[in-house]
Design a protein around this ligand. Structure first.
Ligand SMILES: *Cc1c(COP(=O)(O)O)cnc(C)c1O
Length: 449
């Protein structure tokens, strides 16, 4: 078993309790740095949910989404494979003891030295979508088992990729023909519908296109046996698209185009699905600026329409929010003052700490008035956050605190040792009483950006 640092949660405690405890601990000092609490048990839960929902599909976790040691070790212990896109990612995953068969090098454009590296360490599965790459691989990694990445319809995804990646069906035929001439093995087809796809039909179309390419492959004499349905599975608690909704559509399409007796192994490359909801980020309000707007003719001193508030917090777009377009934000406010039911809301914006004028996390949302020292929690912050953060302007990255409950830890062991998992319905989070006395008021406000 891979070992790594995390705190085992005492019975009855949740990751959220730990977060509140940390806030309470530092609230008396001046040192209120931003920090994360990451619940590794949430990853265990997600994995089991995956195995139940998509029994035919082996997950290959997309490392780029969050490459934290504790994260990849947890996922390795659970027996998943890995989607790596660079030499460094392959090294990271091999260094924790994962065999090369459990890795797919899923970047269609690779530097020659990195192709050679993959060849030297036994990583054979790799994706491609162009002639040039085919020739590079033929020369530098003749034993590679190539997976042809096809384009998908992405009119409905948030993050579009076809400009950069994916062959059309017509190009696929030419590529297969050329691969045959070069005597390179093409073992399957992959696609990636893009992150946070809004329409499961995109998967259906892509799976049916993949079927066409398998049939073309057979014409050229390839024995194709691997279908890789990529990533894009929702990972946050309140995503636009429900995971179960997406997968019921996918399972039907898989059974139609690649039935169990077709002998085709099916894998996927989920990234955000595994980690998004495991992380909560706590940032502190370090400063605020109140702006009075134009007189409106009203005489009410406190008139909300006269006041907008800018909050400055100690994390921003050069750190956790760098890939801000890749996730939706959900906030929750923690503050010293008790909230009143009829509390006024003010038009507010939230800004990062750097001198960059674009360092703004939230352009506009309505919030009750906050004070310096109050905390803002951002939930579902595990995907494309920590990995993209810099220390621009000298601001340090938030610290990370990993936690896991004992039952989840035991389940991880069981899965690793026996390959089976127990029923986990009883594992829904139990939230018990107070962690610390005088805890701050926790105010949930619905603000989804
Ligand atoms: C980024 C990426 C993924 C993971 O996407 P998620 O939306 O995080 O699931 C999977 N496959 C490929 C090829 C990727 O580039």
């Amino acid at each position: 078993m891979n070992s790594f640092d995390f705190s085992l949660l005492e019975e009855g405690f949740t990751a959220r309790d730990i977060l509140e405890q940390k806030i309470n601990e530092v609230s008396l000092s001046d040192d209120k740095d931003a920090f994360y609490v990451a619940d590794l048990g949430d990853i265990v839960k997600k994995h089991i949910r995956w195995l139940k929902a998509l029994p035919r599909v082996t997950p290959f976790y997309a490392v780029k989404c969050n490459d934290g040691k504790a994260i990849v070790k947890t996922i390795a212990n659970l027996g998943a494979g890995f989607d790596c896109a660079s030499k460094a990612e392959i090294q990271l995953i091999q260094n924790i003891g994962v065999q090369p068969e459990r890795i797919i090098y899923a970047n269609p454009y690779k530097q020659i030295s990195e192709i050679k590296y993959a060849a030297s360490c036994g990583v054979e599965k790799m994706t491609f979508d162009s002639e040039g790459e085919l020739m590079k691989v033929a020369k530098n990694h003749p034993n590679a088992k190539l997976v042809l990445r096809i384009a998908t319809d992405e009119s409905k995804t948030v993050c579009q990729l076809n400009m950069k990646f994916g062959a059309t069906l017509k190009t696929s035929r030419l590529l297969l023909e050329h691969a045959k001439e070069l005597n390179i093995d093409v073992i399957g087809v992959s696609f990636h519908v893009g992150s946070d796809s809004r329409d499961p039909q995109t998967f259906v179309q892509a799976i049916s296109d993949a079927r066409c390419v398998f049939d073309m492959g057979a014409e050229f004499g390839f024995n194709m046996h691997l279908l890789d349905i990529g990533g894009g599975f929702p990972g946050s608690k309140n995503s636009r698209l429900n995971f179960e909704e997406v997968i019921s559509v996918i399972n039907l399409a898989l059974d139609k185009y690649f039935p169990a007796d077709s002998g085709v192994k099916i894998i996927a490359e989920p990234g955000r699905y595994y980690v998004a909801s495991a992380f909560t980020l706590a940032v502190n309000v370090i400063a605020k600026k109140v702006m009075l707007t134009e007189q409106t003719g009203s005489h009410d001193e406190d008139d909300a329409s006269k006041k907008t508030i800018m909050y400055y917090v100690n994390d921003g777009i050069h750190s956790s929010f760098n890939l801000i377009s890749k996730f939706r934000m959900e906030m929750c406010i923690v503050r010293k003052k008790k909230s009143k039911p009829d509390e006024k809301l003010y038009s507010s914006s939230i800004w990062g700490p750097t001198c960059d004028a674009d360092d703004r996390i939230i352009e506009q949302c309505d919030l009750p008035e906050l004070q310096e020292g109050d905390w803002i929690l951002f939930e579902n912050m595990g995907a494309y956050t920590v990995v993209a953060s810099s220390t621009f302007n000298g601001f340090q990255r938030p610290t990370l605190h990993y936690v896991m409950s004992r039952p989840h830890w035991q389940i991880m062991h069981t899965i690793q040792e026996h390959g089976t998992f127990p029923e986990v319905s009883e594992l829904s989070d139990v939230h018990v009483s107070c962690v610390a006395k005088n805890r701050m008021e926790l105010n949930s406000i619905a603000c989804i950006v």
